[in-house]
Ligand binder design. Structure first.
Ligand SMILES: Nc1nc2c(ncn2[C@@H]2O[C@H](COP(=O)(O)OP(=O)(O)OP(=O)(O)O)[C@@H](O)[C@H]2O)c(=O)[nH]1
Ligand SMILES: [Mg+2]
Length: 189
């Protein structure tokens, strides 16, 4: 069986079914219920792969490279100020979700007006997150890539945004710089 994420998920679902068969034969009600829950989670759950790190470690650049695009804005100044979630879509589509629950579709060229410190200083536009759909095969199998604001810059709201997001992380790529020693805030993070 193919050992990519989708392949492994199928294999686990298959094994959960085998275990459930045994549990049913033995009438183990608690275990049947538990396995049902595990199965639902596996079927429904999108996998959140989050890119984390201090400010200016190349997080956004790394995501662009994974996707083979330059759709996300990168810069030498602390930049990303809002969490951006990137999932599979047949066409490029961008939706902004505001803190008050309202949503708005924008052109991908306008992305920087919402997710960057220069386009949206101190998050004055009150954006909660931005959802980007992108036609990359990397994103199939329900993988969601998440770009986060860098922590430890002078923009405290960027740090807070990212810390608030940590409970939703399934796996993280933590980027460090090869030409600077590990900082105190990186160790704490
Ligand atoms: N030398 C070098 N420069 C890089 C690398 N990756 C990114 N850069 C440069 O570093 C700068 C910052 O890149 P970004 O991708 O915006 O960094 P970021 O971590 O997303 O920054 P914040 O969103 O502000 O936290 C840009 O000028 C990139 O061109 C790398 O691997 N090596
Ligand atoms: Mg960034």
């Amino acid at each position: 069986m193919d050992k990519n994420y989708g392949g492994l998920k199928k294999e686990i679902l298959h094994n959960v079914d085998i275990l459930a068969g045994i549990a049913i034969k033995r009438g183990a009600k608690n275990i049947i219920e538990y396995l049902f829950e595990v199965k639902q989670r596996l079927i429904n759950n999108h996998f959140n792969l989050v890119v984390l790190g201090a400010f200016k470690r190349g997080k956004t650049t790394f995501l662009n490279a994974l996707l083979g695009t330059d759709i996300l804005s990168t810069d030498v100044l602390p930049l990303t100020s809002v969490v951006t979630l990137i999932r599979y879509g047949q066409e490029i589509g961008t939706e902004v979700v505001f803190l008050n629950g309202e949503t708005k579709n924008i052109a991908s060229e306008q992305l920087a007006d919402y997710v960057t410190e220069s386009g949206n200083p101190a998050n004055e536009k009150r954006v909660k997150s931005v959802h980007l759909e992108y036609p990359s095969t990397y994103l199939k199998d329900d993988l969601i890539l998440i770009d986060t604001p860098g922590v430890g810059s002078i923009y405290q709201n960027n740090t807070d945004e990212t810390y608030d997001y940590l409970p939703k992380v399934d796996a993280a790529v933590f980027l460090l710089s090869s030409d600077q020693p590990l900082s105190r805030s990186e160790i704490d993070f």
